[in-house]
Design a protein around this ligand. Sequence first.
Ligand code: NAD
Length: 488
Amino acid sequence: MVSRVIPVDPFDLVIFGGTGDLARRKILPALFRRYSSGQMPKNARIIGAARSAMDDAGYRTLTEEAIREFSPGKTCDDGTLKRFLGCLHYVKIDATGEAGWKELTEKVVSVDRVEAYYFSVAPSLFGPLAERLQSHGLADRNARIVVEKPFGRDLETARSLNETLARYFDESQIYRIDHYLGKETVQNLMAVRFGNMLFEPLWNSQFVDHIQITVAETVGVGGRGEYYDKSGAMRDMVQNHLMQLLCLIAMEPPARFDPDAVRDEKLKVIRALEPVEPHHIARGQYDADPADEVEFPDYRTAVDNPRSKTESFVALKTHVANWRWAGTPFYLRTGKRMGARASEITVVFKDTPHSIFGEDAGRHRNVLSIRLQPNEGITLGVTIKEPGPGGMRLIDVPLDMTFADALGPDGGESVDAYERLIMDVIRGNQTLFMRGDEVEAAWAWTDPIINGWTTRGDVPKPYDSGSDGPDAALQLMRRDSREWQKVG
Ligand code: NAD
């Protein structure tokens, strides 16, 4: 099954921070892959804009090196790469001053093409960039801006950032990236829920016992220690990525698959979330790996802050207080240095109301697991008779669909989230981008949790590297007579 590639309209994409880590690891390789696939028009232009002194040739060299190092999967065809590099230009610019803006204005072709400005810089520069785009006449109706995470660090800062951007751009021009939404399987959540008759009638508290959302990483904070220690798992993962997954799992069917219809429904879910009780949260900080404490130190050593109270793990229980979900708990957990790298959503259905086979046969529950990574796919646990002459005993077997197997070798082509999202920016489709009110509502729910920790002087519990998190996370489930599903 080969997917169709429809070229997007010609565009100029200015990457502020075009020499930075994100641009080199994600944005530039993503653009190259879209160029190679034929989706990016040959006359599109990519303009790197950053602080380093460099000319077009220097930027092309930087980009070539980045693509060779970071382009996933495919080997680069030299001819295609050379033609792609011909689309690249560079301007040395100061986001907080006037240097470089005249040159940038001269380079951007604003007639008959989409203009996109990617803010791949520190959040403190978002406001100054928006202001200068406007003062230099670049913030016209044709323009759109792409804003990276983090979008604020609490409700107040997010609101202030929204207000600043709104001074220069309409909401329809602002694309707030949460790269989780660009993942193929995340979109498949909507296809599975709303493209099949099978699930939707059961998708409520009458049939669903509880839902688990796990995003587990095996890596530690790596080189991001300083940034991470000011943020923590709640801000870095729950407020955005896990919240988006929760929305897609819990939302009502939108009337149409259009940006505002989808985002309206997601917003209703966030606004319906109940505040989280302190005893429904477990926080943790990872310990060193005993096998190699130098390479894999404990969290506090890794962030160089021996008294850090920032969490590298969080698990919590919440409820969506509406008719569909009243009484069905949602358990969320995410952490670093865990036993497996996996993002998975598990819908655990209720017991059958009565077992006609008697208690000896055993009671079983259907469990629907949606794997976002790795090994993207869906597994439905179905109860059948244990084969053989041993009488009517029941066992669970998986009905397993790994997308790469189901779709064949070509259909399994992985499109990186950034590829899809950047093309959506050019197409003008905001469905997979967070709206300002969504981000604010998510912070409004997250803030009291974080503030509660600060007020109480809460200290995260240590947990073993390579484990499922601190014991408190297991107890969170066991108190409710439930267990975390094995992931990965
Ligand atoms: P980086 O420090 O590697 O790069 C920063 C870029 O900004 C450089 O190109 C630099 O020249 C430019 N810059 C700095 N000050 C400037 C100024 N005054 N005027 C013009 N340009 C200036 O940062 P990064 O890791 O690429 O991150 C960029 C943004 O993306 C940040 O908001 C970050 O939070 C976000 N982000 C990064 C990652 C990642 O994996 N690196 C992931 C998600 C989000």
